[in-house]
Write a protein that binds this ligand. Sequence first.
Ligand SMILES: *Cc1c(COP(=O)(O)O)cnc(C)c1O
Length: 380
Amino acid sequence: MKFNTKTIHGGQKHDPAYGAVMPPIYQTSTYAQSTPGGHKGFEYSRTHNPTRQALENAFASIENGTYGLAFASGLAAIDAVIKLLKPGDEVISTNDLYGGTYRLFTKVFEGFGVKFHFIGMENADKVESYVNENTKLIWAETPTNPMMNIIDIKALAEVAKKHNILLGVDNTFATPYLQQPLDLGADIVMHSATKYLGGHSDVVMGALVVKDEALAERLYFIQNASGAVCGPQDSFLVLRGIKTLHVRMQRHCENGKKVAEYLANHPKIEKVYWPGFESHPNHEVAKAQMKDFGGMISFVTKGNDYDEAIRIVENMKIFTLAESLGGVESLSGHPASMTHASIPKEEREKTGVVDALIRLSVGIEDADDLIADLEQAIGS
Ligand SMILES: *Cc1c(COP(=O)(O)O)cnc(C)c1O
């Protein structure tokens, strides 16, 4: 099955009871047993739920994996991955990480004795120089948030394999439409399904997909033992979202390109971060590992003025100022005061998250309307 077909049919069976084409929302916590242990594969909904299982099968299918796991949020999914580790273990991660992931690593798991190294990952040799006998996991995001750096997944996978370390990739920004990390050698792919997979800004959810059976068993154990699962209603919504992922992504990419080019030619704009530009430092890697370049764009206005950035995001009318990304509607964000407010100013500025940085999640509206909105908000 090819990708577009998988988004609709991957891992899905028609409902055995009545032939419903969409899996029913099994809004139940428990399942009748004829005799103790005599059940139809479902005992309690923290452990298994038919609607969630249909979604987990879809996750596995679209990421070319074998096992999918759904969680109550993207961070709950990452939390489960870090629970594979024990005190004294070390993780190498990007220095340009989603703010909530950084907070989870530093404010929760450092307290349990896990050590994190936050480094630029554009160069795999540099990543390898941080490996020691305690290193158990490399955790990467590409494109990164919000600087749109591109990390070479294949090169990281070679380092991970050589040293017998797990490689996890947060694939939220790219989605499996653009890149499939397991095919490039990653062991774990993770999503905030809140974003593109759900696609309609109406649900919070996380996903993991793996190929290795022993790793899957351990993660299912943690999923059930820690209990950060999602409900059947949310599972249904994300399953529905995935069915249009490919057509939405195609339009996100088309609109993203138009908006990025418009911004790059704007006299008031200093810099535009988007991996589709040939001038992007890792454009060649992006071209090799991604099918297209996506709808996430960041830019900085000339003069790097904090107040001007605030004025621009306040003035936009179609782009809604809001946390999150990946929905059908266009959103804007000001990382320094919003998503990255939990990262100290010196830390965030080192990675380029300056005061005037604005991040756009370009939606699937008419590109002309989006550009007109930017025009009136930025001024000339
Ligand atoms: C939103 C996001 C997360 C966290 O996911 P939640 O669903 O909000 O818990 C993790 N990584 C990236 C790249 C994100 O954009």
